[in-house]
Design a protein around this ligand. Structure first.
Ligand code: MOS
Length: 731
């Protein structure tokens, strides 16, 4: 386990996925399953006056209809309870009262013998509402804004610095609401077992978060319910918190004493969490020589009326460059929508677009090359805390990325590269994300036949967790990967955090490494204590594990033989890995990237094609360059979507996200994607964690939208400051 870039092992879960053997939350069969269908509120804000379920209940196949009228009496929701990622406020408690916070809020669950019967009856449940005025426009909510507490301490004197700056810009940027749209919709299958316990197949990034939630809300004992999510078809933050479908499916199962499934339709996914819209004001100033002298980033982002969701948006700007005078402000204001939630690189993706657009604008203003301008203001140490970085190979990212795309050959002027009606341009941006680590645990079981089973209650939302954990375990114990099985997505397994924040490789990986290290030491000890052992006079430092054998010099003994001769039934070790806080406290741990984009713009139609993206990433050790590359490509594709396509449109009248399908909510398709090249810059880091990994889940999207917007400016001379950059904005 000491090479900086690991082996490109194929996904160990790949065959199960492509042959359909992998079962997702709604795939688990059960002979006696009931189906639930949601009814969503038709108004964005107000109260339910009455509900009439008579006609719906009379439909063939309908078993029960849950509404606030029968559920609130069941009074099972502990009002003090919050899930692991709940912001300040109170989580949504569907069917508990008559209050409507947002359009589409679940107000009833129809349970029937088939999906069709449930869906049909759901259309016949009648609600009367008392509608109140609703708030849909973030700018108009400014008077209600409050400080989110995310902005770092100011440094220097921004106002004076701005006054004396030779070059300055002052601009407004907008980032829209966006929805995740993972392939797998939200789904819960609650199986009532013969012994009265519940097995829940859930689409989630955190089986234990869901388990705790169900235990608390339904007053269940630890073993009365378990939550399983062995496969997750994408989630990207949308499945970090227990969703309404889980609560409702469980509610129906508990009260009907039946097995129940609830699956959301695509349009219902648009009533859930989303990336909150934000409005940003940027003011930058630079000296004649191109030294960044002042930086101001103020943002206003949306939250809901019942929870104060926020993620750092402006902090990224404050920490990106060496600059003596920095002031940021981050505010939130409520809209009458569901609570926003994490969406890939939450805060950073939307915060990076304005700062990296503004940096480009200032470079042009000052007549500087945008890359040279960034290099001239490179932060050698964390500009906020003054601490050194645990490692930072961003300079290498700039160099290698720039070389690959051919940055130095681009035209110095904008709108200078024209072929017929096609305008070509090139742009770049810097990206950053935190290299986090959470406490996590793992168990490793070395069996008498020399195979190893390692487990932890983490998730693989498509990121490659199964594969990299297999590699870490195999590497530590010198086993071929085929002899290692990694288990996850089961709430009964050793404690793990939700899969998010790009911290799974560091957190769970460290636990796997530690548990396997313990197994290794025990195995070596067994080998030394065999009595007639060839290893007993050999120092333990000389003994290593290799290809399923215990090895010292030219002595090689297969692991099963060691275990058999030691009369061992196998070795089981469990470990908890926690961040090395004493070491980490002295440094700043961040992932960095340099993103370069090349675009073609049709001058007549304003259509943009991103012909090339080069994303150079410094993320510590890359455990598996194949799965890691896929993560970055996924992030870049999403960055292209963010730059050009994605926007959830909040209709002011209905208060609903009205483009709630793929006809209206555009995401990039194959034809939208040109060449994407990923470069992993070698970065050794012994401080960040014992594995030296920083995580690659989020960094791919950060920087990509700004690099594209900057390329569009280079191509067309037009600066678009509100995403997405649709053709109308370029005409
Ligand atoms: Mo991700 S937004 O950390 O699931």
């Amino acid at each position: 386990m000491n090479e900086v870039i690991g082996k490109p092992l194929n996904r160990v879960d790949g065959p199960a996925k492509v042959t359909g053997k992998a079962r997702y939350a709604a795939d688990h069969p059960h002979p006696d399953l009931l189906h639930g269908h949601l009814v969503g509120a038709a108004i964005p804000r107000g109260k339910i006056l009455s509900v009439d379920t008579t006609e719906a209940l009379a439909q063939p196949g309908v078993v029960e209809i849950f509404t606030h009228e029968n559920v609130s009496r069941l009074a099972i929701f502990d009002r003090s309870y919050k899930d692991q990622l709940a912001p300040e406020g109170h989580p949504l408690r569907p069917l508990q009262d008559t209050q409507i916070y947002f359009s589409g809020q679940p107000v009833a669950l129809v349970v029937a013998v088939s999906i069709e019967a449930a869906r049909h009856a759901a259309a016949l449940v009648r609600f009367d509402y008392d509608r109140e005025d609703h708030r849909m426009d973030l700018e108009r909510q400014r008077p209600e804004a409050e400080d989110s507490g995310d902005a770092p301490e100011p440094r220097g004197d921004v106002d004076t610095a701005l006054l004396h700056s030779e070059h300055a810009i002052h601009q407004l940027y907008e980032t829209p609401p966006e929805h995740h749209n993972a392939m797998e919709p939200f789904a819960s299958t609650v199986i009532l077992e013969p012994d009265g316990t519940y097995t829940v197949y859930e689409k989630t990034q955190g089986v234990q978060n869901c388990h705790k939630y169900l235990k608390k809300v339904f007053s269940l004992g630890d073993r009365e319910v378990k939550v399983l999510a062995p496969f997750v078809g994408g989630a990207f933050g949308s499945a970090l918190r227990p969703g309404a479908q889980l609560y409702l499916a469980m509610l129906a199962a508990v009260h009907l004493q039946r097995s129940v499934r609830v699956v959301l339709e695509r349009k219902e996914m648009f009533t859930l969490g989303f990336r909150p819209p934000a409005i940003h004001t940027l003011r930058l100033g630079a000296s004649a020589a191109g030294k960044l002298e002042a930086l101001c980033h103020d943002s206003l982002a949306a939250t809901s009326s019942f929870e104060k969701f926020h993620r750092p948006i402006v902090e990224w700007s404050a920490g990106l460059y060496a600059c003596d005078n920095v002031r940021t402000l981050q505010e939130i204001a409520p809209l009458d929508t569901n609570t926003p939630c994490d969406m890939r690189a939450p805060g950073a993706a939307e915060g990076n677009f304005p700062i990296e657009s503004a940096m480009d604008e200032l470079a042009w203003e000052a007549g500087l090359d945008p890359l040279d301008f960034r290099l001239a203001n490179y932060a050698e140490k964390d500009p906020e805390s003054g601490k050194p970085y645990s490692s930072k190979a961003l300079r290498e990212c700039y160099r290698l990325g720039g070389e690959r795309i051919g940055w130095s050959q681009r035209s110095r002027a904008c709108r200078a590269n024209r072929e017929g009606t096609t305008l070509k341009g090139m742009g770049m941006a810097t990206g950053s994300w935190d290299a986090m680590q959470m406490p996590a645990s793992a168990r490793a079981v070395l069996r008498p036949d020399g195979t190893l089973v390692v487990s932890s209650a983490t998730a693989d939302i498509g990121t490659g967790t199964y594969t990299i954990m297999t590699q870490i375990a195999a590497g530590e114990l010198g086993l071929p990967e085929e002899r290692v099985t990694f288990l996850l997505g089961d709430s009964t397994l050793p404690m793990a955090p939700v899969q998010g924040g790009s911290f799974t490789a560091a957190s769970v990986g460290s636990a796997v490494l530690k548990a396997c290290g313990k197994v290794k030491r025990k195995l070596v000890k067994l080998a030394q204590g065999l009595g007639d052992s060839p290893f007993d006079s050999i120092d333990k430092e000389e003994i290593r594990l290799e290809d399923g054998h215990v090895v010292a010099g030219d002595i090689r003994m297969p692991i099963p033989e060691v275990l058999r001769r030691a009369k061992s039934k196998g070795i089981t070790c469990k470990s908890l890995a926690i961040p090395q806080l004493l070491k980490r406290r002295k440094v700043t741990c961040k992932t960095h990237s340099a993103v370069f984009a090349e675009v073609s713009v049709d001058a007549d139609f304003g259509t943009v094609h991103v012909t090339r993206v080069v994303c150079a990433v410094a993320a510590g050790r890359i455990l598996n360059p194949k799965t890691a590359r896929s993560q970055i490509i996924g992030g870049v594709v999403w960055g292209i979507g963010m730059a050009l396509h994605e926007e959830s449109y909040l209709d002011p009248e209905s208060g609903r996200f009205i483009n709630h399908d793929f006809a209206g909510y555009h995401i990039p398709v194959n034809a939208d994607i040109g060449e994407i090249e990923v470069i992993f810059v070698e970065e050794e880091d012994e401080v960040v964690n014992p594995l030296g990994v920083k995580g690659v889940g989020e960094i791919g999207i950060v920087g990509t939208p700004a690099a594209i917007a900057n390329a569009i400016f280079h191509a067309t001379g037009k600066r678009v400051r509100s995403l997405p950059i649709t053709p109308d904005k370029l005409l």
